[in-house]
Ligand binder design. Sequence first.
Ligand SMILES: *[C@@H]1O[C@H](CO)[C@@H](O)[C@H](O)[C@H]1NC(C)=O
Ligand SMILES: *[C@@H]1O[C@H](CO)[C@@H](O)[C@H](O)[C@H]1NC(C)=O
Ligand SMILES: *[C@@H]1O[C@H](CO)[C@@H](O)[C@H](O)[C@H]1NC(C)=O
Ligand SMILES: *[C@@H]1O[C@H](CO)[C@@H](O)[C@H](O)[C@H]1NC(C)=O
Ligand SMILES: *[C@@H]1O[C@H](CO)[C@@H](O)[C@H](O)[C@H]1NC(C)=O
Length: 273
Amino acid sequence: MKFPKLTLTIILTLISTILPPSSPDPNDQSCLSNLFKTLQDPNHNLMNWTEPNFQNPCSGFLSNLAGATCNNGRIYKLSLPNFNLHGSISPFISNCTNLQSLDLSNNSLTGPIPTELQYLVNLAVLKLSSNHISGTIPPSIAMCVYLNVIDLHDNDLTGTIPAQVGSLVRLSVFDVSNNKLSGPIPVSLGNRTGNLPRFNVTSFWGNKDLYGYPLGPMKNKGLSVVAIVGIGLGSGLVSLMLSFTVVCVWLRVTDQKMAAEQEGKITQLMPEY
Ligand SMILES: *[C@@H]1O[C@H](CO)[C@@H](O)[C@H](O)[C@H]1NC(C)=O
Ligand SMILES: *[C@@H]1O[C@H](CO)[C@@H](O)[C@H](O)[C@H]1NC(C)=O
Ligand SMILES: *[C@@H]1O[C@H](CO)[C@@H](O)[C@H](O)[C@H]1NC(C)=O
Ligand SMILES: *[C@@H]1O[C@H](CO)[C@@H](O)[C@H](O)[C@H]1NC(C)=O
Ligand SMILES: *[C@@H]1O[C@H](CO)[C@@H](O)[C@H](O)[C@H]1NC(C)=O
């Protein structure tokens, strides 16, 4: 009777791998409930992001939460673009440890990119474009070695582009256009070598103080030729007017003096009676 037992074992193994585990994951729970706390949802797109659903976000193959997708009982994709979400991204996002794709693009999110994203070691897609996200791009983002897509365009990001990002060999989409980034574009990103996908000027433009290939060289921090000529002409004109005024005043004074002297002479010439 060995054969049926083996069949049963195989069937049980198959069922357990296909079906999600019965006990929900406390990390996903913490991730989603904390993320919901820092988000504001004026359009009520996240109506079913409620406490009972946080308890078991992956009870079936699909998630009970709008925008969340499950795989093997874990959240592996969060896709909440165009939801008019306000607020910020909770650092607890890092508790969704199986997350492979995070898309929060085209919302009104503020605050920084959490450095805790570095703990999402499976993250392949990061789309935070068209928000009001500020602060710097954390260099630790390069810890997510599977990153394929980093799309951060149209935000308020400042600081430099960390050179570490250039070490992400799987990176095929990189867009930081229309931010407030400054400094040199790391050569490891701007001029990639070998078979690595290259990024053109469209990935970088719209950042006033960013420079280096494929953008132009550093803008002259000193005065431009036009400004120097302008200042030269302006100061020349001012000194000309000043000396003209001085000469005028001097002429007037000497004129009056002469008139006065003349008058004196006349009175002196007058005979006294
Ligand atoms: C969730 O993330 C926080 C902050 O990164 C961490 O302190 C905590 O241990 C994580 N896990 C759970 C289950 O909350
Ligand atoms: C939650 O909302 C999403 C999208 O609106 C829907 O697909 C899903 O079935 C809802 N889940 C529950 C449990 O109501
Ligand atoms: C951005 O989201 C808003 C809703 O908040 C939507 O009306 C608009 O079409 C979206 N824009 C793009 C480019 O998808
Ligand atoms: C880009 O890299 C290539 C190969 O290393 C090099 O020949 C070229 O000068 C570089 N271009 C710029 C603008 O740095
Ligand atoms: C830059 O690259 C993007 C895709 O990565 C492409 O759509 C676009 O046409 C390119 N632009 C230029 C000027 O090469």
